[in-house]
Write a protein that binds this ligand. Structure first.
Ligand code: NDP
Ligand code: 2IT
Length: 450
């Protein structure tokens, strides 16, 4: 349809020259919503696409901090407050040396639609810094987090913009960020989620993204007369999302056999040793290469030894593949390997981990595909439960949080299926997620006028 290229050109010639990840995310949404636009020309008449693809506000700030030797460091900090038609801005914060405006714009853009799909009243945002937390002392992490918060605390608020976790930002960083906000404002407002429990965090938030991913995948499979029980699963990543996906896969009787980090990959055909993995990555913050010291039959492959264009995780035959590390980690060659090995379902734990070419191959080969905007939405959904517990002072048991998470994931699946039926999409859950998310946000924008 004509509007797709016109909008892409407007974006390219506008304020996003040179963005590649944001364009990838934008194009997917624009292509997906074609059946909706055909039925509802009012979205074009009201210029909703032009309005939705530009962030409401993009903040770029300087972060100065002192390391343990009192040497000064300067990093870039960002917060993209993309859209707040449905509620206050909500989205995580990423600390990773690769962070730049393009990455955060794509993440914030995806977050708008993901958050809308949950059915909860939150807008979309993302923030972060090019700070590298690796090999920093605890005190350096604290000083950096304090400087990050001090630089932009006056742009957020419990009903304006609420931060959360993402790559490189877990309970430790959230605690320091929260502490600094409290000191600067004298308020205990819920301006960040994924807090440690003793600071008002929610039970079940740490597990929510990984558990929600498995609940969504299992719901989808059961609807088609299948199950993950007894099936070999491959997972990439070994952070918050991957670890809790592995934990829930064990709970339901599946066999997770791989994980990876930025330096290499583990294949343990007897099933990943979860306690060892947690000890290495959560307690010791160490590299996965130490895994094989204790599990002699497992294989470790260093990233530099990967076959070019391939990746060890996706070479392993599996029933279900769960990319849970980072964007564009599963490319065309990986998809070919998975298809060759007869994979039945790919479910995205990370944000946009599958490249457009790889998605095309999965679609062509009729492989079930659970897109991130739906499949990993359990994390942000439980963040909203954390916000509501903070404001009501009524705290939920882990059983109650888990029940709410299961309900939210199954409602998302039901809503996507309805959307598929309405627009004759078959099992194209990517288009369904984009249509459902776009429609909810676009309708709210129109109701609020220009
Ligand atoms: P963590 O920081 O806990 O873990 C990230 C993992 O991915 C680590 O194992 C890390 O390796 C690896 N990794 C990170 N960057 C790269 C890279 N460039 N190449 C290879 N490996 C990499 O983050 P999360 O588990 O929280 O996040 C993982 C993904 O899930 C991200 O896409 C995030 O946006 C998404 N997500 C997270 C949610 C949450 O609630 N935390 C919610 C929804 C989505 P190493 O250990 O070596 O650093
Ligand atoms: O990508 C995501 O949904 C997250 N990183 C979680 C965001 C949040 O605010 O909990």
């Amino acid at each position: 349809m004509e509007y797709i290229e016109q909008s892409m050109n407007r974006a390219k010639n506008g304020n996003c020259k040179g963005d590649t990840l944001f364009f990838q995310a934008l194009r997917e949404v624009l292509v997906s919503i074609a059946p909706l636009i055909e039925k509802h020309p009012e979205y074009l008449d009201q210029h909703v696409i032009d309005r939705i693809m530009v962030p409401n506000r993009a903040i770029h700030f300087k972060i100065e901090w002192l390391d343990d030797d009192n040497v000064v460091h300067v990093n870039n900090g960002y917060r993209i407050q993309f859209n707040n038609a449905l509620g206050p801005y909500k989205g995580g914060v990423r600390f990773h040396p690769s962070v730049n405006p393009d990455i955060l714009k794509f993440l914030a853009f995806e977050q708008i639609f993901k958050n809308a799909i949950t059915g909860l009243h939150i807008g979309g945002a993302k923030g972060g810094s090019d700070f590298d937390p690796k090999d920093k002392s605890d005190k350096e992490i604290m000083k950096f987090c304090q400087a990050f918060m001090a630089a932009f605390y006056n742009s957020i608020g419990a009903d304006i913009d609420i931060l959360g976790g993402d790559i490189g930002v877990g309970a430790r960083e959230v605690g320091y960020l929260f502490g600094k906000y409290k000191q600067l404002t004298n308020s205990y407002d819920s301006i960040i989620t994924s807090k440690p429990l003793s600071l008002g965090g929610s039970l079940g938030r740490i597990q929510a993204t990984g558990y929600g991913l498995v609940y969504f995948t299992q719901t989808l499979l059961e609807d088609r007369g299948e199950t993950l029980k007894g099936k070999i699963c491959t997972i990439s990543g070994s952070g918050n999302v991957a670890i809790h996906a592995i934990e829930k896969l064990y709970d339901i009787g599946a066999i997770p056999v791989t994980c990876s980090d930025s330096r290499g990959t583990i294949h343990d055909s007897n099933g990943i040793d979860l306690e060892l993995l947690k000890n290495l990555k959560l307690e010791r913050r160490a590299s996965l290469e130490y895994y094989t010291l204790e599990r002699k039959n497992a294989t470790y492959v260093k990233r530099e030894n990967y076959v070019q264009g391939s990746s060890f995780v996706w070479d392993i035959p599996c029933f279900a593949a769960f990319p849970c590390a980072t964007q564009n980690e599963l490319g065309e060659n990986c998809a070919q390997l998975l298809i060759h090995n007869d994979v039945k379902i790919v479910a995205e734990g990370a944000n946009m981990p599958t490249t457009p070419k790889a998605i095309e191959l999965f679609v062509e080969n009729k492989i079930l595909f659970a897109p991130a905007k739906a499949a990993n939405a359990g994390g942000v959904a439980v963040s909203v439960l954390e916000m509501s517990q903070n404001s009501s002072l009524n705290y939920l048991s882990s059983e109650k949080v888990d029940k709410r998470l299961r309900d939210i994931m199954s409602t998302i699946y039901i809503d996507l299926k309805k959307t598929c039926d309405e627009h004759n999409l078959g099992m194209d859950l990517i288009s369904a997620a984009n249509i459902l998310g776009f429609k909810r946000v676009a309708d709210a924008m129109i109701m609020q006028g220009v």
